[in-house]
Write a protein that binds this ligand. Structure first.
Ligand code: URA
Length: 235
């Protein structure tokens, strides 16, 4: 790929901006040599302001989403991109959320520019476990685990029953729920179906990948070995 396009696709600026950056010597070879905009130079042989470039296409980020941020590129309110480097939103292909969490849901959100990986994780056929911790308005009755595990619960305005889900009580009004689908507001609607109400919702894990000690509002790159953990079954 031509130098200008390579740098523009990483979100450093428009092709016009990038031409200016090359002219000004901000984008150079490793030895500081100036470059021609239309040359082909390998990604790892380039510096921007003397530092290595952001990683090439194929990145995966783990983000600990706080409340009040929307998983969208455009919203009048706060969006998850506000807490990521500006360049990630401008990359081509864009670094997109892998599925969505509601504005008031916290926790593990992956973002990637790898469309095939995004599809593999979000496809209904993938059946990847999503593990949530919910705080409820009312105490658990003790019946919820059986109702959710039965695989017969039909949510309001839907026709097909939910796949079996696993509930573990972790407090009088707190539960850990593992679901393998990603229907609209699924966890909130499941608790509504058993006469309760979700007050707070936090995603703790996706398959075998957990948030670990990543602080709220922070992000980090995910390794290939960690991505493999998303696809672990029989957790
Ligand atoms: N279920 C919900 O109700 N909300 C989320 O954000 C995720 C799952």
């Amino acid at each position: 790929m031509r130098l200008v396009r390579l740098i523009a696709n990483l979100g450093y600026g428009s092709q016009k901006d990038v031409r200016g950056m090359i002219r000004d010597g901000r984008i150079t070879a490793l030895d500081g040599r100036k470059l021609a905009p239309d040359t082909h130079v390998p990604h790892d042989q380039l510096l921007f302001d003397g530092a290595p470039l952001d990683p090439p296409a194929g990145i995966v980020l783990m983000f600990n989403k706080p409340v009040d941020y929307t998983c969208s590129t455009q919203d009048p309110g706060r969006i998850v991109y506000d807490l990521l480097p500006e360049r990630f939103r401008r990359r081509s292909p864009i670094v997109a959320p892998v599925g969505r969490l509601d504005r008031d849901t916290t926790g593990l959100l992956l973002l990637t520019d790898d469309g095939a990986l995004l599809h593999r994780i979000t496809s209904p056929r993938s059946r990847i476990a999503k593990i949530y911790e919910a705080t409820l308005a009312r105490p658990l009755t003790g019946d919820e685990a059986a109702v959710f595990a039965a695989g017969t619960l039909v949510l309001r305005s839907e026709k097909t029953p939910l796949a079996p889900a696993t509930l573990k009580a972790i407090g009088e009004r707190r539960a850990r729920l593992t679901i393998v689908e990603g229907r609209y507001h699924q966890v909130k609607r499941m608790f509504a179906a058993v006469g309760n109400h979700v007050e707070t919702l936090h995603r703790a894990a996706l398959g075998g990948l957990t948030l670990g000690d990543l602080p709220s509002g922070k992000w980090r790159y995910v390794t290939a070995e960690e991505i493999a953990r998303v696809f672990l079954m029989d957790l």
